[in-house]
Design a binder for this molecule. Structure first.
Ligand code: FA5
Length: 359
């Protein structure tokens, strides 16, 4: 009967093709919809393919115009069944996954029970303070770079104008790894590296771990520093004070005082310790006397600073007659201790979850 399609006049042939395609679509559509497993679905789909092949075979060899028009009709029916097949496949796959999850003896949708009553993991308090400080300096226009913890003596000391065997090297008692190689004692190594490889002007900030033979309640053998420096023509101490004042205002509140005390670092001249006005006590004598953070002095030391020494410029291949610059460095761990009122630096490195969960 199907064989007659190819012999029929066009109108009749089209009617016949339409009827056959409709019948197939109805039958197979029902079978695809009724399938409840992937195996059943694929079996039904295989029948679709063979059913439609029979119709195409019946038209093969007929007139071209007949083949084209009837073929389009039949193809459209077959395509709709293909779409039904794809949709059912997804539905069955979702239903299978859901049934699998429901059949398990536990509920994956329940929130996890976390240890120590903490909600989630988070950055260590020192890293939180580091990021807060870096953000302030980035906002002030400094570019953040990193430097290595294993460093050459020349970048940690020599280029920073520490003469060999000078007593200044004792100020930062060093972990030596071999001749000329050490664990950096400060982040000032980044000054040596950047000034040796970049062309001024440069405004750099860098933070990371440093190492010294030190160990008591306020000194740890591994601790963290932040270094900041600016090199250009005509940089003066006024800019140093301006940047530190803006920094103190942002970290401790508007109007926080900054003061400098003369001090010695081989790589700056003049050099100064930087103190900020204690933000934790009011300036009445009684509350100040009781303040544990500034120990009644009204000032908190945050680090060292100064104008970059001409010898450092020379050692790094820059011209001290053309350039000036300021630099300062501060202890991040001490900042965290001040901010959170932590009396012993070692607590921060014991990694006791009861301590860490508080930040
Ligand atoms: C320096 O390390 C200089 N590189 C800072 C500097 C940079 C001066 C640029 C001038 C120009 P100092 O040794 O003072 O300076 O250390 C800076 C800060 O690191 C100290 O104020 C202190 O907060 C912190 N610090 C020093 N030693 C330790 C330690 N063992 N444990 C924890 N913090 C420390």
């Amino acid at each position: 009967m199907n064989d007659e399609i190819r012999l029929m006049p066009l109108g009749e042939a089209l009617d016949r093709a339409r009827k056959l395609a409709g019948e197939l679509e109805h039958r197979f559509g029902g079978e695809l919809a009724a399938a409840t497993t992937e195996i059943e679905l694929r079996a039904a789909h295989a029948k679709v393919k063979s059913g439609f092949k029979a119709v195409f075979d019946a038209m093969k060899g007929g007139r071209k115009d007949l083949m084209q028009s009837a073929g389009e009709l039949v193809n459209a029916s077959r395509d709709r069944l293909s779409t039904t097949f794809q949709t059912r496949l997804l539905e069955i796959s979702d239903a299978t996954t859901l049934a699998d999850l429901r059949a398990r003896p536990f509920d994956l949708t329940l929130p996890a029970r976390l240890p120590f009553g903490s909600s989630r993991g988070h950055a260590h308090p020192i890293l939180q303070v580091r990021d807060e400080l870096l953000e302030i300096f980035r906002d002030l226009g400094f570019q953040s770079v990193s430097g290595p913890e294993i460093e050459l003596e020349k970048n940690n000391f020599t280029k920073l104008a520490f003469p060999p065997d000078h007593p200044a090297t004792d100020m930062q008692d060093t972990f030596w790894l071999g001749p000329g190689l050490l664990l950096r004692t400060h982040t000032s190594n980044v000054q040596a590296r950047e000034m040796s490889t970049r062309k001024p002007p440069m405004a750099i900030v860098s933070a990371g771990a440093v190492y010294r033979r030190d160990d008591d309640v306020t000194h740890s053998p591994m601790f963290h520093q932040l270094e900041c420096f600016l090199v250009d023509e005509h940089v003066s101490f006024a800019e140093l004070k301006g940047v530190l004042s803006a920094f103190a205002a942002r970290l401790f509140g508007p109007g926080t005082a900054v003061r400098f005390r003369p001090s010695y670092f081989p790589f700056v001249e003049p050099g100064a310790e930087v103190d900020v006005g204690c933000p934790f006590c009011s300036d009445t004598d009684t509350t100040r006397a009781a303040c544990r953070v500034c120990k009644g002095t009204g000032w908190i030391e945050i680090g060292g600073s100064g104008m970059i020494h001409p010898d450092v410029f020379r050692q790094c291949g820059l011209d001290p007659d053309q350039l000036t610059g300021f630099a300062f460095g501060m202890g991040i761990d001490r900042m965290a201790m001040i901010k959170y009122g932590i009396p012993n630096i070692r607590t921060m490195f014991e990694n006791d979850p009861r301590f860490l969960a508080q930040f």
